[in-house]
Design a protein around this ligand. Structure first.
Ligand SMILES: [Fe+2]
Length: 285
């Protein structure tokens, strides 16, 4: 079993880096930490970065998870290789590009690009938001799944994720006490399905609702409250056509031994207990 300590970062390809830097700072409220001709590093906490936009193929993405020890990378390579999954080692330049000490990369059974990283760099400089969005941390991300049962088996038997709740075919997975840090959504494609940042309170979610509308950002779902994680949320669309989310109040599962996942019916009310209706297919019936 490969122990996932935490989510680490997302690498997101884009066609227009300037546009994504503008969205990341002026709309999302992230801090632009570093920028090269091809890479922009943005963050909503004290990590070196949470999102790295990369000029080029807009379909490219990769999701990274931190492992606790260097030896875990070698063990992960063994376990993945035994399953017939090809593993690449990050060289020094690739580690530098990712601000980590070491990493391996592979594609999961859904062809999602996954990176396991050791010692992602943390700064001693606090996050300085570019707008007062109220972001407290990089919360979680969704991954597409073309075969949920296959991918669930991978994430819970090969990787150390645990099911917190199911909604229809979908699955919300935890890797620590936070209700979910990975969400698997039934889909016909691969890669990152949505990107979440936690905000401090319901006030930040509601401020975002008005702010995003003023800025002409398409709202795709919410404001609402998830009956699964109890988080209050709003989802909106970036210029890269990816779905972004702010949420607040995600529940923690502290009774690890006694917790039993619930299976919510596949209805909009399982995604929002207030009655909000999504206009993206992942959250619909
Ligand atoms: Fe989410």
């Amino acid at each position: 079993m490969i122990t996932l300590h935490d989510i680490s970062y997302l690498r997101l390809g884009c066609r227009d880096l300037d546009q994504m830097v503008d969205f990341g700072t002026r709309i999302l409220g992230l801090e632009l930490r570093e920028r090269t001709a091809t890479h922009a590093y943005l963050r909503g906490d004290n990590s070196a970065f949470n999102l790295c936009y990369i000029q080029g193929d807009e379909r490219y993405d990769a999701s990274a998870f931190e492992v606790p020890a260097l030896a875990d990378l070698a063990q992960a390579e063994q376990e993945l290789s035994a399953l017939g999954i090809a593993v690449q080692h990050g060289d020094e330049a690739a580690c530098e590009e990712r601000r980590v000490d070491a990493f391996i990369s592979f594609t999961d059974p859904n062809d999602n690009r996954i990176e396991l990283v050791y010692r992602p760099h943390v700064t001693g400089v606090r996050y300085f938001p570019s707008r007062d969005a109220g972001i407290t941390e990089f919360g979680h991300f969704g991954l597409h799944s073309r075969d949920i049962e296959r991918d669930l088996a991978f994430w819970t038997e090969v990787m150390s994720a645990r099911v917190s709740d199911r909604i229809g075919d979908g699955a919300l997975l935890r890797i620590d006490e936070v209700h979910h840090k990975i969400a698997l959504f039934s889909s016909d494609t691969t890669g990152v399905q949505h990107v979440n940042f936690q905000v401090a309170s319901i006030d930040d979610v509601m401020r975002a609702w008005y702010f995003l509308q003023e800025q002409g950002v398409p709202i795709v779902f919410g404001p609402g409250r998830h009956p699964t994680s109890t988080a209050i949320f709003i989802y909106f669309l970036g210029p890269d056509n990816r779905v972004y989310e702010y949420s607040s109040g995600v529940k923690r599962i502290t009774d690890e031994a006694g917790y039993v996942p619930r299976h919510f019916e596949m209805k909009p009310s399982s995604f929002c207990m207030w009655g909000a209706r999504p206009n993206v297919k992942e959250f619909s019936e």
